[in-house]
Design a protein around this ligand. Structure first.
Ligand code: SF4
Ligand code: SF4
Length: 264
């Protein structure tokens, strides 16, 4: 199904442009839920059609020095991934929320109406992912081996029946009940993006209109909706905003320091 003659750079350009578009729509208040759905399905379709922008896989091929797998010269791939990282520092993880096909298929799966579970072990999950990141680097630089192949990302989007694609299919099944297991436990590029998002210039914040009902905290699948949370694991899914009963209590805006009297 993947069209090998279509340049993967198209996926990168799509991602870079849409990060800017998303940030504008969120900041200006012109965002609509239908736009989010459209982007999720377009991003997932791009994964199956051109296997881009499958950012974690392309990050891995960059580490392996695999120009063919990356679908671009190494310098171009490195530049593209660096720009995505810096856009995340400015605008947050729109790439993960709506544009990476791996994230998109998990997000779509989580919308399937089955019972959800949201264990609040954010730091433990991030520690696991950091450990996986170390294994990823050792495999890439010492063994010249591909960790993500074991998770079947490529085989899944290429519609190839292998043990790997079965593993990713199981990850997708888990995504129906537990939010983004691959992103939160495995993704090596997600480690870097979470560092960027924790310092992001624009992010979801509470305003003085907040009535401290904490509905947003209960709705957040990654435990990032408290005032003091760094937003490293905020995928900009908007569940917090959607459940908030006070108009304007949660806004996507420039980061501002939390004054002591606001801390709870
Ligand atoms: S965490 Fe990784 S896999 Fe998940 S959406 Fe972000 S880049 Fe894609
Ligand atoms: S619910 Fe809100 S804070 Fe939590 S991940 Fe989604 S957008 Fe981010």
């Amino acid at each position: 199904m993947v069209l090998e003659n279509v340049p993967k750079a198209i996926g990168f350009v799509y991602a870079l442009v849409m990060i800017g578009v998303l940030a504008y729509l969120w900041y200006s208040g012109r965002w609509r839920r239908s736009i989010g759905w459209l982007l999720l399905f377009v991003s997932a379709a791009l994964g199956f059609l051109i296997f881009a922008p499958v950012i974690p896989y392309q990050f891995q091929q960059l580490m392996l020095g695999d120009v063919q797998g990356l679908g671009a010269p190494l310098i171009v791939g490195a530049a593209g991934l660096t720009v995505v990282f810096f856009l995340t520092i400015v605008f947050g993880r729109f790439i993960c929320g709506y544009l990476c096909p791996v994230g998109a298929v998990q997000e779509i799966a989580y919308h399937i109406p089955v019972r959800k579970t949201s264990p609040r072990y954010k730091n433990a999950f991030m520690a696991v992912r950091a450990l996986v990141f170390v294994v990823f680097l050792i495999m890439a630089f010492v063994l010249s081996a591909s960790l993500l192949s074991d998770f079947g990302i490529r085989d899944f989007f290429y519609l190839t029946l292998t043990t790997g694609s079965f593993v990713f299919f199981m990850v997708l099944l888990l995504s129906m009940t537990w939010y983004r297991p691959f992103c939160r436990l495995v993704c090596p590029y997600g480690v870097l993006l979470s560092l960027g998002a924790a310092k992001s210039l624009f992010r979801i914040q509470r305003t003085d209109a907040c009535i401290e009902c904490r509905k947003c905290e209960k709705a957040c699948p990654t435990d990032e909706a408290k005032r003091e949370d760094a937003k490293a694991e905020c995928y900009l899914c908007r569940r917090c905003i959607d459940v908030c009963p006070k108009e304007g209590a949660l806004v996507y805006a420039k980061n501002r320091p939390i004054s002591p009297h606001q801390e709870k």
